[in-house]
Design a binder for this molecule. Structure first.
Ligand code: PGA
Length: 255
C-alpha cells in the first residue's frame, strides 16, 4: 500500500469510443490485468456500454461510471439521461463538466454545479473536471480560473454530500495532446484545489478529498505524477483504451 492517506482512484474515461461488443473485448482483458490493484479502478464508459460493463464487472474490483448526465430527475429533455436512470443501470460514478463538454456542448459552471448536486445527492460519486486553457495558463490566470470553477461546482454542496465529490484537475492544453503537465505544475494546482476546498469547508474535508490529475497520463509519466503529494489518482483518456497501458498506470498507482 502506498503511504498516502487517501486511496488513489484510477479512472479510465473512454469518451466516445468502443461499441458494446468492443467494450466487452477490452473489459475481458482488463479484468485479469487489474485484479490485484490496491487503488480503486473505475471505467467511465459510453451510456450504451454500461449494461455490458456492469454485467462483466460484477464480482470484480472494476467499478463502472458514466460520462455525463442531466441535472433534472426526468422531463422534456430529448436525448438526455438522468441520474435516477443511471442509478438503475448500476453505475457508481459520473463525470461532470469534462472540458470537452464545456467546450463543445455548452456546459457552464452553473450546469456543472447542478449536475454535480444531482449526482451526489442521489448517492453516486461525481468526478468534477476543472482546468485552464493554454491561453489562461500563459496569461497567468490558472489559479483564478480553476478557483472559480471549483467554487462554482461546489456551490451549495453540503458537507454531508461533499465526500461524494472527486475533483479532476485537467489542464485543457494537456488533454489528448500528448503534452502532460510537469509534476510541478500538476502538484501546484492540485494543492491549490485542496486549499480552495479547505477554505470552503474544513481542513478535514480537504484532506480527505480525492484530487486526480488528467491530461495525457500514460505508462511513461504515471508513476511520477501519481507520487505527488496532492495527486490522488488519474483520469485517463487515450491510455485507458488499451488494457496494457491502463494496467501499467494502475500498477504505477500501487507503488
Ligand atoms: P487524455 O484524456 O488522457 O487522452 O489526455 C484525459 C481526459 O480527457 O479525461
Amino acid at each position: 500500500m502506498n503511504g498516502s492517506k487517501r486511496k488513489k482512484v484510477i479512472a479510465g474515461n473512454w469518451k466516445m469510443n468502443k461499441t458494446a461488443a468492443e467494450a466487452a473485448t477490452l473489459i475481458e482483458s482488463l479484468i485479469p490485468a487489474v485484479k490485484d490493484a490496491e487503488c480503486e479502478v473505475v471505467i467511465l464508459v459510453p451510456f450504451l456500454d454500461i449494461s455490458t460493463a456492469i454485467k462483466m464487472c460484477e464480482g470484480t474490483n472494476i467499478r463502472v461510471g458514466a460520462q455525463n448526465c442531466h441535472f433534472a430527475e426526468s422531463g422534456a429533455f430529448t436525448g438526455e439521461i438522468s441520474v435516477p436512470m443511471l442509478i438503475e443501470s448500476g453505475v457508481e460514478f459520473v463525470i461532470v463538466g469534462h472540458s470537452e463538454r464545456r467546450q463543445y456542448f455548452g456546459e457552464t459552471d452553473d450546469s456543472v454545479n447542478k449536475k454535480a448536486k444531482s449526482v451526489i445527492e442521489n448517492g453516486l460519486y461525481a468526478i468534477v473536471c476543472v482546468g485552464e486553457s493554454l491561453e489562461e495558463r500563459e496569461t497567468g490566470d490558472t489559479e483564478k480560473v480553476v478557483g472559480r470553477q471549483v467554487k462554482a461546482a461546489l456551490f451549495d454542496v453540503s458537507s454531508e454530500h461533499i465526500g461524494k465529490i472527486i475533483i479532476a484537475y485537467e489542464p485543457v492544453w494537456a488533454i489528448g495532446t500528448g503534452k502532460t503537465a510537469t509534476p510541478e505544475q500538476a502538484q501546484e494546482v492540485c494543492k491549490f484545489i485542496r486549499k480552495t476546498v479547505k477554505n470552503l469547508y474544513s481542513d478535514e474535508i480537504a484532506e480527505k478529498m480525492v484530487i486526480q490529475y488528467g491530461g495525457s497520463m500514460n505508462p511513461g509519466n504515471a508513476e511520477e505524477l501519481l507520487a505527488l503529494e496532492d495527486v490522488d489518482g488519474g483520469l485517463i483518456g487515450g491510455a485507458s483504451l488499451k488494457a496494457d497501458d491502463f494496467k501499467a498506470i494502475v500498477d504505477a498507482a500501487n507503488v
